[in-house]
Design a protein around this ligand. Structure first.
Ligand code: NAD
Length: 525
């Protein structure tokens, strides 16, 4: 049974999910030495933000297959080392969406009606009704910079308040923006048209100080700005100067360039700035959802499936998930089959994604095939995470193309193996949700690629099946299924036997010694 170490407090719902994947030990407050001391016993590690999962911790985790972060940022995990070692890092990026979106709306209304200032005034014994005359958000233009998970949720809520919503996001498509009722603009147009600008971008090199003096100057005079994303995306000095000059009417901040800000920081004491101490994700629901989301990712990774939110493995869009999942398993099994069946040196692998596969993001399938091709011949553990790296190191060439024609199948995965003198074609599909190989080394067959399989390359003759069956029976090897693919009657053929247990080299030698059998091979998947 897999063992899972949890080093920080996560929601009970998350622990329940984890227990479905293995034996769970919760050890809070381990220091680094203690963590290094125990990590070698565990297959999975689950942390929040306090545990520093450094390179040496990961190196000591010789059995580790997955590291889970209950939350979004993975700054406390040395992802590069995890990737090199084939360890999947999963997080819970969607768990905070609603919490942050609702806080953003709260900050928006707080700005419009000066709620915090009015509250403070009343608490100090004053009754200043005229001072706190505000403005309505209805009919105002909200400019969202970043239209990802949180930006989209803010848009949905702002629409209900009858705002006009515009957005700038270099990645989001026009179709997607249309779907959520948002007009996509250039950044300059967004700045000049918005009454309120709200930031929902990650902090990366391209977004550091995204809102600086020059961009603030492009905003409407007296406009407002909200930041519940990351501190560094606003130049705080420029923001303070713009508020002083009256260029901006106010700002609301959940995040700061330095957290916590110094006690006397101007940014937390300015009368036109509403501040809260990075509480965007701090709701009971978000904590539960972070725990369950990360636990589901950890359990999926332990079971060999591709988790939905992996930091160092391909992201699979939720709408593609159902279609993709069985093909990931097919791709991996095809890779494993091919590397055992083709024993001549390989020049290249050509991957064709046909039919329904031609229209979806195929990157995860490519990784699954690579994983399968590499794993049998690698001393290190191969996962979709480190497969591209190892493939590059070994000079494995895998080209890729798509074709809408899938013969009579809805989707077809084709791998052509080019050896020095020959091409070997393998084709697979998904039937009733189950992977099937429908062509093996050029022969038309139909079998489920799992367990022990015996292949013979032989000349089609009467009695051939019986002879092989007798040999296997004599060695107490049970046959569970049989398929024959032949080029023409009494010509070259392939027999595929699914076995309850692998055939020994001695039995294979006996099979190969039979007349008209050129080669026999036992593959274990
Ligand atoms: P996301 O990855 O779903 O969306 C981010 C979007 O920003 C993407 O669509 C991306 O294309 C876009 N983007 C990237 N660079 C851009 C640029 N230069 N200009 C415009 N758009 C750009 O992320 P998300 O889950 O929506 O999170 C958004 C932000 O909120 C992140 O910074 C995250 O760290 C932060 N966050 C804050 C809290 C909090 O407690 N306040 C909690 C969770 C997340």
């Amino acid at each position: 049974m897999d063992r899972i170490l949890v080093t920080e407090k996560i929601a009970a719902e998350g622990l329940d999910v984890l227990r479905r994947g293995g034996e769970v030990d919760v050890k809070l407050d381990l220091d680094k030495a203690a963590l290094i001391g125990v990590i070698g016993q565990y297959d999975a590690l689950v942390v929040r933000s306090a545990t520093k999962v450094t390179a040496d911790v990961i190196e000591a985790g010789t059995k580790l297959r997955v590291i889970g972060r209950a939350g979004t940022g993975v700054d406390n995990i040395h992802v590069e080392t995890a990737t090199r070692r084939g360890i999947i890092v999963v997080n819970a990026p969607a768990s905070n969406n609603i919490a942050v979106a609702e806080l953003t709306i709260g900050l928006l209304v707080g700005l419009a009606r000066s709620i915090p200032q009015a509250h403070a005034s009343l608490q100090s014994g004053k009754w200043e009704r005229t001072k706190f005359s505000g403005w309505e958000v209805r009919g105002k233009t909200l400019g969202l910079i970043g239209l990802g998970r949180i930006g989209s949720e803010v848009a949905a809520r702002a629409r209900a308040m009858e705002m006009t919503i515009v957005a700038y996001d270099p990645v989001v498509s026009l179709d997607r923006a249309e779907q959520i009722g948002v007009e996509l603009l250039t950044l300059d147009d967004l700045l000049s048209r918005s009454d309120v600008v709200s930031l929902h971008v990650p902090l990366v090199d391209g977004t550091r100080n995204l809102i600086d003096a020059a961009r603030i100057a492009k905003m409407k005079k007296g406009a407002y700005i909200i930041n519940a994303s990351r501190g560094g995306v606003i130049d705080e000095a420029a923001l303070l100067a713009a508020l002083e000059a009256g260029q901006l009417g106010g700002a609301a901040l959940d995040v700061f360039s330095q957290e916590p800000p110094p006690a006397d920081a101007a940014i937390t004491h300015h009368p036109k700035i509403i501040t809260v101490p990075h509480i965007g994700a701090s709701t009971a629901e978000a904590q539960i959802s972070a725990g369950s989301e990360v636990a589901e990712g950890v359990v999926a990774a332990l079971s060999g499936a591709t988790p939905r939110y992996a930091v160092n493995a391909p992201f699979v869009a939720p709408e593609a998930w159902g279609v993709l999942q069985p093909y990931l398993s097919l791709g991996r099994q095809m890779g494993r089959l091919i590397c055992q069946m083709i024993q001549s040196p390989v020049r290249s692998y050509d991957l064709e994604l046909r039919g329904e596969l031609a229209d979806i993001d195929s990157h995860p399938i490519r990784l699954a095939v690579l994983q399968g091709l590499l794993e049998a011949s690698s001393p290190e553990r191969i996962t979709p995470v480190n497969a591209p790296l190892i493939a590059r190191e070994r000079g494995v060439r895998l080209t890729e193309r798509t074709d809408p024609d899938a013969e009579s199948y809805s989707g077809l995965l084709v791998v052509r193996v080019q050896t020095a003198d020959q091409a070997h074609d393998f084709k697979g599909t998904v039937l009733r949700g189950e992977p099937h190989i429908v062509q093996a080394d050029g022969y038309f067959v139909d079998f489920v690629p799992q367990g022990a399989l015996l292949f013979t390359y032989h000349r089609d003759r009467p009695g051939m099946i019986g002879r092989v069956g007798t040999l296997l029976g004599g060695a107490d090897v049970n046959i569970s299924g049989m398929y024959v693919g032949r080029l023409a009657p009494r010509e070259q053929a392939m027999m595929v036997l699914t076995l309850d247990e692998p055939a020994s080299p001695e039995v294979l030698a006996q099979v190969e010694a039979e007349e008209d059998i050129q080669r026999s091979i036992c593959v274990v998947l």
